[in-house]
Design a protein around this ligand. Structure first.
Ligand SMILES: Nc1ncnc2c1ncn2[C@@H]1O[C@H](COP(=O)(O)OP(=O)(O)OP(=O)(O)O)[C@@H](O)[C@H]1O
Ligand SMILES: O=C(O)c1ccc[n+]([C@@H]2O[C@H](COP(=O)([O-])O)[C@@H](O)[C@H]2O)c1
Length: 229
C-alpha cells in the first residue's frame, strides 16, 4: 500500500486489513512515498516512515518499506513496484489504493506496464466514487471497506488548530506527532477548516495537553517502537 502517510491514520490501516483478509495476503507492505507526485509534503520522509512503523508495529503481517523514501526524485508507482519485485521475485504483488487515488491511475507513469507488475485493489472511501470508468476489470479489483471519513489533511489541520487526533490515528502516532512538534506551522493548516482556537507557531499545541483521564495507555508495540519514539 503506497501513500504519503502524512500522517498515517486508521483509514489506511482498516483498508489494508480488509484487503489483506479478502485477498488472503501473507503480508501488507506499507510504502511511504519519497517526494509524492503533484503533492506538497509538509513532513520529512523519515518522520512519515517512522510514524508508519509505529502504526503498524502491533500487526506482524504489516511491514514498512523504505524503497520510495530512499530513492531520489519524484515517487512513481512503476519504480515502487519494480523495487518491491526485485526484493520478492516470487511474490504475487497487489497494490492497494483508495477510490480517490485510483480515479487518477490512468494518468500514472507507464500505466500499461503497471498492470504487468501487480494486481490493483481499489478500496472505497467516503466522498469518493469507486466506480471509475475506463479501468480494466481484469487488472483492478474494487472492494468496499468500512467507511472511515479520515484524511491526513484533516489530521494535520486538527493538530494545527489544537484539536485532538486521538482515535483518528494510532496512539503511538499521536505521541510521535506531539513529541516531534509536527503539523504546528501555518502550512499544515487547512484554511477552509473552522478555526476553533487559533494557535501561534510558538504556542504549545493541545495534542500533548489532553486531560490526564483522556490519555490512553502506552500503545502496544515492539521494542523498535520505544526505541524510535
Ligand atoms: N479514509 C480512507 N479510506 C480509504 N482509503 C483511504 C483513506 N485515506 C486514504 N486512503 C487511501 O490511502 C492511500 C494513501 O493515502 P494518503 O497517504 O494520501 O492519505 P490521505 O488521507 O488521502 O492524505 P491527504 O489528505 O494528505 O491527501 C491512497 O490510495 C488513499 O486513497
Ligand atoms: O506513478 C504515478 O504516476 C503516481 C501518481 C500519483 C500517485 N501515485 C501513488 O499513489 C499512492 C497514493 O498517493 P497519495 O498521493 O494519495 O498518497 C502513492 O503510492 C503514490 O506514489 C503514483
Amino acid at each position: 500500500m503506497g501513500g504519503t502517510f502524512d500522517p498515517i491514520h486508521h483509514g489506511h490501516l482498516v483498508a489494508a486489513s480488509e484487503v489483506s483478509t479478502q485477498f488472503d495476503l501473507d503480508e501488507v507492505i506499507f510504502v511511504p512515498t519519497g517526494q509524492p507526485y503533484m503533492k506538497n509534503t509538509v513532513t520529512s520522509g523519515e518522520h512519515r516512515y517512522l510514524m508508519t512503523v509505529i502504526a503498524t508495529a502491533s500487526n506482524p503481517m504489516f511491514t514498512v518499506s523504505r524503497v520510495d523514501i530512499d530513492r531520489e526524485g519524484v515517487t512513481y508507482t512503476i519504480d515502487t513496484l519494480r523495487d518491491i519485485r526485485s526484493e520478492r521475485p516470487d511474490a504475487d504483488l497487489f497494490f492497494i489504493t483508495g477510490a480517490d487515488a485510483v480515479a487518477q491511475i490512468l494518468d500514472w507513469k507507464d500505466v500499461q506496464q503497471l498492470w504487468d507488475l501487480a494486481h490493483f485493489v481499489a478500496v472505497s472511501r467516503p466522498g469518493h466514487d469507486l466506480s471509475v470508468s475506463g479501468l480494466p476489470e481484469s487488472e483492478v479489483s474494487l472492494l468496499e471497506v468500512p467507511a472511515l471519513a479520515i484524511s491526513s489533511t484533516d489530521c494535520r489541520s486538527r493538530v494545527g488548530r489544537g484539536s485532538p487526533v486521538w482515535y483518528l490515528v494510532p496512539d503511538g502516532v499521536v505521541q510521535y506527532i506531539s513529541k516531534h512538534h509536527l503539523y504546528r506551522g501555518p502550512a499544515s493548516r487547512d484554511e477552509t477548516a473552522p478555526v476553533e482556537e487559533p494557535v501561534s507557531v510558538d504556542q504549545p499545541v493541545s495534542v500533548a495537553d489532553e486531560p490526564a483521564s483522556a490519555e490512553p495507555a502506552a500503545p502496544v508495540g515492539s521494542d523498535r517502537v520505544s526505541e524510535i519514539q
